[in-house]
Write a protein that binds this ligand. Structure first.
Ligand code: ZN
Length: 616
């Protein structure tokens, strides 16, 4: 991408109303770098991404070994232990004793039990049926009611539950939407009703005890929705209703006239109050295993008494996908080690190189905090935990620099996200890149899908360095030999210079809260559908609802009065239990709609009304 002249860039930000810092020059020169040794970088990447680390999956020994490796690197470089919590530290004790900030999270999830039979005749698990990972636990006998596509849409008037008695029963629901292209549920808006989270929420809202998800096409083999081979993100929340996937063949055994019922519904006939004569016996139990994981925290205290109380955080996640239990882009290769050399052994090796460089160089005026984040792949969990329990106060954290995938520079540009969060950041990076044979390009994305988001929603200016995606991303082929260590060392020169400048500047950088984000979060980023501007918090103690880590500046959510810390428990009159449900409800709304949102705040339930905007 051609780099735009500065003045034009600012005009562009203003024209499209994006919250962009009015760019200003970084005052004075940027300090030189000690620099990184490409051979050490390559060695650290090779160790962290070795098969022996098993892809550094959540709860694995390989992940724990990687944490110890980072801690040892910090210790060797002369950084102080910085864990705000962890072993040997009494509450309020100012002196950290460890580099490891330990905390508990779900590390594995599995279907512990799933049995289904009809009139005493058992179905075969895996072939005829399987439970979904977000199923609630249930054991009992149920009547089955056919509930079409499981959709209730006020706007179009389509309601599969109209006139049905489903309280305490199992609803059999088609895993699609009405086929008719003329139907008000076709097109992009209707896509919101395809989501399984929406169908579960709507069934629960109507009082059903279980949902049986069935393929809509009569000739489909196997189970819908990847049931039985589900990607097991340990932080998958329960949907609050039993959830089972059935094959079409098994569904026809439950409801012999399924095809006729579906055809009638497609033709617009009212939902037929059809119930099974035989009773369904269902038992489902989902097991979540908790385990200990650690952020790795090292501190280089500042030398200037006036500024040492302030800090700059440089962070990188060191976890990856293990054997592809979830997040893999090659589901067919699950079980293979996803080495994660670029994602993110490269950033972790970068932390070690910076530890060595800063310990060897002149002491900084402010304090430097280096953090290896855990559980980024499961939802920015480690960085969110750090922000809640920081080594140095978040309000005194003057900037956060994130390194995620800096291993594939080759002869491409270095992408820098977040410069819009402080007026002088762009000029600072450009100055730091002078003479480093690195071409920075700038993208909006302070609230993008990596750890800087946890900091920016806590009002910290951020910069995120990234050398670009590639075909090996999130596959078993992201291997050390593909990492361009020499390029990574060049990137680290820029990062070191930027960080030194931030540590030694007289003034702390001014914050500009990013208005438009490329967040993957519902209601946050560009794309289709209504815009609300909430930024969900990841990790932390589980809640029934969606905890917000913040709202985007100038967004409908901010105007309505929502704020970070709120837990959304109701949307448009529907109770909300999880992010998936919230996303489904939001997706099914439309720009300009006034929506009632119920939150829990300081132990109280409060109601707000927001007018949804249009996503750009
Ligand atoms: Zn990553």
């Amino acid at each position: 991408m051609r780099r735009l002249p500065l003045v034009l860039a600012c005009w562009l930000c203003v024209a499209v109303g994006l919250g962009c810092a009015t760019a200003a020059p970084w005052p004075g020169p940027v300090p030189p770098a000690v620099g990184a040794d490409p051979a050490r970088v390559a060695a650290d990447v090779a160790w962290l991404a070795d098969d022996a680390r098993e892809g550094r999956g959540i709860g694995s020994e390989g992940l724990a070994a990687a944490a110890a490796y980072l801690a040892e690197g910090f210790r060797e470089a002369g950084l102080e232990p910085g864990s705000p919590t962890g072993p040997g530290r009494a509450p309020g004790d100012p002196q950290a004793r460890s580099y490891l900030q330990d905390f508990e999270i779900p590390v594995a999830i599995r279907i512990a039990e799933a049995r289904l039979s009809l009139g005493g005749v058992a179905f075969e698990r895996g072939r005829d049926f399987d439970a979904l990972l977000n199923s609630a636990d249930l054991e009992g006998e149920l009547e089955v009611v056919f509930a079409g596509y499981g959709i209730s849409d006020e706007e179009s008037g389509w309601d599969d539950y109209a006139g049905l008695e489903v309280e305490g029963r199992a609803v059999l629901v088609l895993d699609a939407r009405p086929a008719d292209d003329g139907s008000p549920l076709s097109g992009v808006r209707g896509a919101g009703f395809l989501s399984r989270a929406y169908k579960l929420l709507n069934a629960r809202r109507h009082g059903a005890a279980a949902l049986l998800l069935v393929p809509s096409a009569a000739d489909v083999e196997g189970l819908p929705g990847g049931a039985g081979a589900q990607l097991a993100n340990p932080s998958t929340a329960s949907s609050g209703i039993a959830a089972v996937a059935l094959s079409r063949e098994a569904a026809t055994r439950v409801l012999p006239d399924l095809e006729a019922l579906q055809a009638a519904r497609d033709a617009g006939a009212a939902p037929a109050a059809v119930r099974t004569r035989a009773r369904l016996e269902l038992a489902v139990r989902v097991e979540r295993e908790q385990g200990e994981v650690s952020n790795v925290v090292g501190v280089l205290p500042g030398s200037d008494p006036a500024l040492a109380g302030e800090s700059v955080v440089v962070g990188a996640h060191y976890d990856h996908l293990g054997r592809g239990e979830f997040g893999s882009l090659t589901p067919g290769r699950r079980g293979e080690i996803h080495n994660g050399a670029d994602d993110n052994a490269s950033g972790s090796a970068g932390l070690l190189a910076l530890a060595r460089a800063f310990a060897a160089g002149p002491p900084p005026r402010r304090s430097l905090v280096l953090v290896g984040f855990t559980a980024e792949e499961a939802g920015l969990i480690g960085s969110a935990h750090y922000v809640r329990q920081p080594a140095r106060g978040i309000e005194d954290t003057v900037a956060m620099v994130n390194l995620d995938m800096i291993g594939r520079l080759e002869d491409g540009p270095l992408t820098v996200f977040g410069a819009e969060t402080s007026p002088r950041f762009r000029s600072l990076v450009e100055k730091a890149a002078e003479g480093a044979a690195v071409e920075p390009t700038f993208e909006l994305g302070a609230n993008g899908p990596s750890d800087q988001t946890s900091f920016h929603t806590a009002d910290v200016p951020v910069l995120f360095f990234f050398t670009g995606t590639h075909p090996q991303y999130h596959t078993p082929d992201d291997d050390p030999e593909r990492v361009d260590a020499e390029g990574t060392a060049r990137v680290l020169t820029v990062v070191e210079r930027v960080t030194r400048a931030l540590l030694d500047a007289d003034e702390r950088p001014e914050l500009v809260r990013a208005a438009a984000s490329r967040s993957a979060a519902p209601g946050g980023g560009p794309g289709y559908g209504p815009y609300l501007g909430t930024v969900p918090a990841f990790g932390g103690p589980p809640v029934a609802g969606v905890r917000l880590s913040g709202v985007t500046a100038g967004s409908p959510a901010e105007r309505a009065g929502l704020r970070g810390g709120d837990v959304i428990v109701g949307y448009g009159g529907a109770p909300v239990r999880s992010l998936e449900e919230y996303a489904a409800l939001l997706f099914a709304s439309r720009a300009g709609q006034r929506v009632e949102i119920t939150v829990e705040r300081d132990g109280e339930q409060l109601g707000f009304v927001a007018t949804l905007g249009q996503r750009r």
